[in-house]
Design a protein around this ligand. Structure first.
Ligand code: FAD
Length: 310
């Protein structure tokens, strides 16, 4: 299988999700995949560490999804790729279908593992079932669900070749760019640990105990939808069916009931800890560990215990 992977770059390095997509590409290609990137690269951006031998680097940083699609299309022709891999994030979700149309390829969004023949696994019905999607076209475009496959470091470095192609004029102009996580915390889709809270916190003035626990665990913070809707927390922290989907190693839910729409965005987390005063709260059914208790008593004790370990 000849495989090309588009790896998003941040500050010269491959993003965590990009390294995961590159790991996937390396696995399904049997170690022969090529990466394509845009913008300034620091060395090979760490891409060689997951087994990729060659990087095609387009020096200009692109923000227009149509331009990125043109670039990836050209790179796929350059290396004769029959499979193109993306990350299943906002950018991947916008670029991958465009590339699929350009290549006349079948597109599978959000794959979770290596294909079985030409059948690609993906989760459906909010993670309650697994579908095997059969691709019958000669070419395939897939996007990899973050935290589903993992980063498989094998060591090594990649050669970097500059790659230039006419991608046309950008139809977008970014006037101002303010990262949502201006405090330096990891963006939610990439976070390995998340402390999340719901209406059980009673009001925005009480979020200090959530942030203290998150700081102790080096975790990012999230919230349920009503908390975002009421303006207690910024909307980009809202997880669930209509918010961000996450798959961290650890998800701690504080004062969240566990409605199906909330679970849809978090139930693929590796370990779920639920803290709730109501022993009948539905979230306990999805929990690996549960504490029936008041967040105002439990969170400070948990934070103190974790801090005492370091
Ligand atoms: P509540 O349901 O009010 O639960 C609060 C919980 O806190 C309760 O279980 C209570 O026992 C507990 N509690 C109270 N006090 C304490 C205390 N002192 N200590 C510990 N526990 C305490 N929701 C999302 O989160 N994400 C979504 O993406 C989303 N999408 C939706 C889409 C649609 C179409 C619809 C209809 C709904 C959606 N919802 C979503 C809303 C969802 O149905 C729930 O209403 C919401 O998740 C409930 O939020 P909550 O658990 O914070 O609040």
């Amino acid at each position: 299988m000849s495989v090309l992977v588009y790896v998003p770059i941040k500050e010269g390095k491959a993003t965590k999700a990009g390294l995961e997509a590159a790991s996937y590409a390396n696995a399904i290609s049997g170690g022969s995949a090529t990466a394509v990137v845009t913008g300034n690269l620091d060395g090979d951006g760490g891409i060689g560490s997951v087994g990729i031998g060659k990087v095609l680097a387009f020096s200009e940083s692109l923000v227009d999804n149509s331009q990125i699609a043109k670039l990836v299309d050209a790179a796929a022709s350059e290396v004769g790729a029959n499979t193109v891999v993306f990350t299943a994030n906002l950018e991947g979700g916008a670029v991958a279908p465009r590339v699929a149309i350009r290549l006349n390829a079948g597109y599978v969004a959000g794959v979770t593992g290596e294909p079985e023949g030409s059948n690609f696994p993906r989760n459906v019905f909010s993670g309650k079932a697994k579908a095997l999607v059969n691709v019958s076209t000669d070419k395939t475009v897939v996007s990899v669900t973050p935290n589903a496959f993992g980063i498989k470091e094998v060591g090594g470095s990649a050669s970097v070749d500059s790659f230039s192609v006419d991608v046309g004029e950008s139809k977008l102009l970014i006037g101002e760019f303010t990262p949502a996580s201006a405090d330096g915390s990891v963006p939610l889709p990439e976070a390995e640990r998340v402390v999340s809270a719901g209406r059980g916190l009673k009001g925005p003035e009480n979020w200090g105990i959530v942030e203290d626990l998150a700081r102790a665990l080096n975790a990012s913070t999230a919230c349920s939808r009503p908390v975002g809707d009421m303006g207690w927390r910024p909307h980009h922290e809202h997880v669930g069916q209509t918010g961000v989907t996450i798959r961290p190693d650890l998800y701690i839910a504080c004062g969240i009931s566990g409605a199906i729409q909330h679970l849809a965005g978090v139930n693929q987390s590796k370990v779920i800890v639920v803290i709730n005063t109501d022993p009948e709260a539905p979230f306990f059914k999805a929990a690996d560990y549960g504490i029936v208790g008041d967040v105002f008593e439990v969170l400070p004790k948990l934070t103190e215990a974790i801090n005492s370990l370091s």
